[in-house]
Design a protein around this ligand. Structure first.
Ligand code: HEM
Length: 509
């Protein structure tokens, strides 16, 4: 009896009070919002594959207004679709909001050895960003262009078989084959094209379409997230994302061994073949130092200079590039193609631009830079379908005030981008229309498919280049034609927002 009384007094009551305290956070602050239930908050509402995250937020914004609060397990999150608020958090007050909304299952951003650019924060992020950015410079993009074009031509071979057959196929599947082929070659040491025969594809796809149960559990009980991460690290075959770490580790180890063997034979290292080479060679212009506690900072103070990526960091970077580069780019290509097929006049303008600018058999880096209208069409598709809105968030790292609202350390700010991208005050009355011309004079605010501020997507230029290159090859030979019934896309997904399918056919020009 005494044992049970002590258990209730010292364990159960404090735990219940803690969860009730968090759950009632916004009620106590007088901020409106959907409440959900204690312990869970509204976390369960984000587990429905048929109702993507961004669309759940958009519905709530219709009910609760521009800025409101939710709790997700132990996390307190302020949702906003006010562009001034977003600019304040993502740009002007970046120093107070330099972290992301994270889940313990993603690892400790300050301690975990394989933490990558996306999850890292503070000085560690600065260092990884400075060391990774050269991989996306003009110079590096020029180097990977021909690798991307090889994959584009490989895909063209498959598309050729479809042309003029009248058969509709799911272009999302074709684009996933393409983007995985590209990223496999530029970030994972893959030497030959493995299109339509890539054993990695189901694993990578399941990371985006599979269950988010581990995130759900970790959201409510962070300690379980730490345990699950340790478990999957020990037994990677249990979860696809951990298998990928294993595959990348083998590729990086093999490359180091090969470079060592070359060095022993006196063979000079040639041009970097891919991101693994770039990361092994990378040197930052910024000098980084380590203090006695192992923390990193960039400043001219005493300490050990560390200008390279470690072995684990290279694996982490390749991993995040694989994930971030595969799904998003395939989705962006799919939405653009879908919209082009529904708007023949826009498609014709893109085709005219491609015919005018891309006159040689290969599409050069310089020609890609001239495909302005095609880029507007891609941007307009990303405005209408902000597919990665789930990561448009920041964590408050220091108490502050944003537009008169006090925000406490630890609170997340999440953008409701689907509302923001359809805000008539920013985009005008024709906001629902697919109109690439609006990008001739774009608004200064309210567009964030690639995020905003210092943590803007590092791969944005690679994504635009990859998409333009493939679209240039497709559009100069074919016209994209929609399904006869013109059904609107069905949007699904628990991470990125994905069309369930994008059925199109190809007509030779
Ligand atoms: C259409 C394609 C893409 C979209 C829509 C997209 C979207 C995003 C978004 C919204 C963020 C968060 C930015 C923020 O917090 O402000 C992000 C970050 C990131 N993306 Fe992308 N991305 C795309 C392609 C790529 C590609 C091709 C790569 C690399 C191969 C990549 C690598 C990353 C990385 C490493 C980060 C973390 C950056 C940081 O925290 O410093 N992304 N992306």
């Amino acid at each position: 009896m005494i044992f049970f009384l002590s258990l209730i007094t010292f364990l159960i009551i404090p735990i219940l009070s803690y969860y009730l305290w968090i759950w009632s956070y916004w009620i106590r602050k007088g901020v409106r919002g959907p409440r959900g239930i204690p312990f869970v908050g509204v976390l369960d509402k984000f587990q429905n594959f048929h109702k993507p995250y961004g669309l759940v937020l958009r519905d709530w914004t219709n009910t609760y207004g521009e800025t409101y609060g939710i709790t997700e397990g132990v996390e307190k999150t302020l949702i906003t679709s006010n562009s001034e608020f977003v600019n304040e958090v993502f740009i002007r007050q970046y120093d107070n909001f330099y972290g992301r909304k994270l889940n313990s299952f993603q690892g400790d951003p300050n301690k975990n050895k394989r933490i990558h650019l996306f999850v890292s924060q503070g000085n560690r992020w600065k260092r990884l960003r400075a060391l990774s950015s050269p991989a996306f410079s003009n110079n590096s993009l020029k180097k990977v262009r021909s690798t991307i074009e090889d994959s584009a031509l490989e895909l063209m071979g498959y598309l050729e078989k479809l042309a003029d057959t009248g058969v509709h196929v799911d272009f999302l599947e074709y684009y996933q084959e393409f983007t995985l082929d590209v990223i496999g070659k530029i970030a994972m040491g893959q030497t030959e094209s493995q299109m339509f025969n890539n054993s990695l594809l189901p694993k990578v796809k399941s990371i985006f379409s599979g269950s988010r149960r581990a995130f759900f559990i970790a959201g409510i009980f962070p300690i379980c997230g730490v345990f699950l991460r340790a478990l999957f690290t020990r037994f990677p075959s249990l979860l696809p994302s951990f298998v990928l770490f294993d595959i990348i580790e083998k590729a990086v180890t093999a490359r180091i061994a090969q470079r060592d063997a070359d060095a022993t034979k006196g063979i000079e290292p040639g041009e970097p073949r891919d991101y693994i080479d770039l990361f092994l060679d990378v040197q930052s212009d910024v000098e980084f130092f380590r203090d006695e506690m192992g923390g990193e900072f960039a400043a001219s103070q005493v300490g050990k200079v560390d200008k390279h990526l470690t072995f684990d960091e290279i694996i982490g970077q390749c991993f995040v590039f694989l994930l971030a580069g595969f799904d998003t780019t395939a989705l962006s290509l799919s939405y653009t193609s879908y919209l082009l097929s529904l708007h023949p006049e826009v498609q014709r303008k893109c085709q005219e631009e491609v015919d005018r600018e891309c006159t040689s058999p290969e599409v050069t880096f310089e020609q890609l830079a001239k495909l302005k209208y095609t880029e507007w069409a891609m941007k307009e598709a990303l405005r209408l379908y902000p597919l990665a809105s789930i990561v448009h968030n920041r964590k408050c790292m220091r108490d502050t005030t944003v537009l008169g609202m006090h925000i406490e350390k630890g609170t997340n700010v999440q953008v409701d981008t689907w509302t923001l991208h359809y805000d008539e005050r920013i985009w005008g009355k024709d906001v629902k229309e697919f109109k690439p011309e609006r990008w001739e004079k774009p608004p200064t605010d309210g567009f964030l498919p690639f995020g905003l501020g210092p943590r803007l997507c590092v791969g944005m230029r690679l994504a635009y280049m990859e998409e333009k290159l493939l679209l240039a090859h497709i559009l100069r030979k074919y016209t994209l034609v929609p399904n006869e019934d013109h059904k609107p896309l069905k949007l699904v997904g628990t991470a990125t927002t994905t069309p369930s399918e994008v059925m199109l056919k190809l007509k030779s020009r």
